[in-house]
Design a protein around this ligand. Structure first.
Ligand code: GRF
Length: 216
């Protein structure tokens, strides 16, 4: 069966991109990365893609005179030319335009380092620590116009431990992100996800007591 072609959008470190690269390198994984796009030429993640022989592109806003519509249209043209069927935001730190988000509706997913709808936006770990929550985590979801909203695909719960600071909590959540993102891609690529309104229905074994929902 043909593998689902992914386009990955990054801005920086690229550890989720690495997790997806690793997953796609496994025999039988139902997706492949066709293109990695960064809005920053200096994004360290670009190097991981190059090492893996994956085509990369850099689309800085400045190259389009600060016109976000033009930059997003350029990204869409590149993604289409590469045959991309699903766009994965992996630490892409520039706000996307409504035209891009609507143009890729239900073919555009994001990973966020909290259990949405809690702690949307930035500084999630600091705010989780300040709120004193005992459990936080990460979420993979379809992208909608409102930031960090959209049908939820996969979540993992991560405990907050005594003495945690942003760095230690962030590292624990990041490890969960690296499991959740490939799982979400696999579910979509296997055709097991149906978006119904604002909910994603997933054909998967009942998760019962699993902390990762749905179970891998
Ligand atoms: C991750 O924490 C992700 O949840 C958030 O941005 C960060 C990207 O990290 N959206 P990396 O570049 O994938 O290492």
């Amino acid at each position: 069966m043909a593998r689902l072609k992914l386009g990955i959008l990054i801005s920086g470190r690229g550890s989720n991109l690495q997790a997806l690269l690793r997953a796609c390198a496994e025999p039988g994984f139902p997706a492949e990365i066709a293109l990695v796009v960064s809005n920053r030429a200096a994004a360290p993640g670009l190097e991981f893609a190059r090492e893996a022989g994956i085509p990369t592109a850099v689309v800085p806003l400045s190259a389009h005179g600060g016109d976000r519509d033009a930059a997003d249209a350029a990204m869409t043209a590149l993604l289409r030319a590469a045959g991309v069927e699903l766009v994965c935001l992996a630490g892409f730190m520039r706000l996307l335009t409504p035209g891009f988000v609507e143009g890729w509706r239900d073919r555009l997913i994001n990973i966020h380092p909290s259990l949405l709808p809690a702690f949307k936006g930035l500084d999630t770990h600091r705010r989780a620590l300040e709120a004193g929550v005992r459990i936080t985590g990460c979420t993979v979801h379809y992208v909608r116009l409102a930031m960090d909203e959209g049908p939820i695909l996969v979540q993992a719960a991560v405990p907050v431990e005594d003495g945690d600071d942003e760095a230690s909590l962030g590292a624990r959540i990041l490890a969960a992100e690296h499991r959740c993102y490939p799982l979400a891609v696999r579910l979509i690529a296997e055709g097991r996800v149906r978006v119904e309104g604002e909910r994603a229905r997933i054909e998967a074994p009942a998760p019962a007591t699993a902390l990762v929902n749905p179970a891998p």
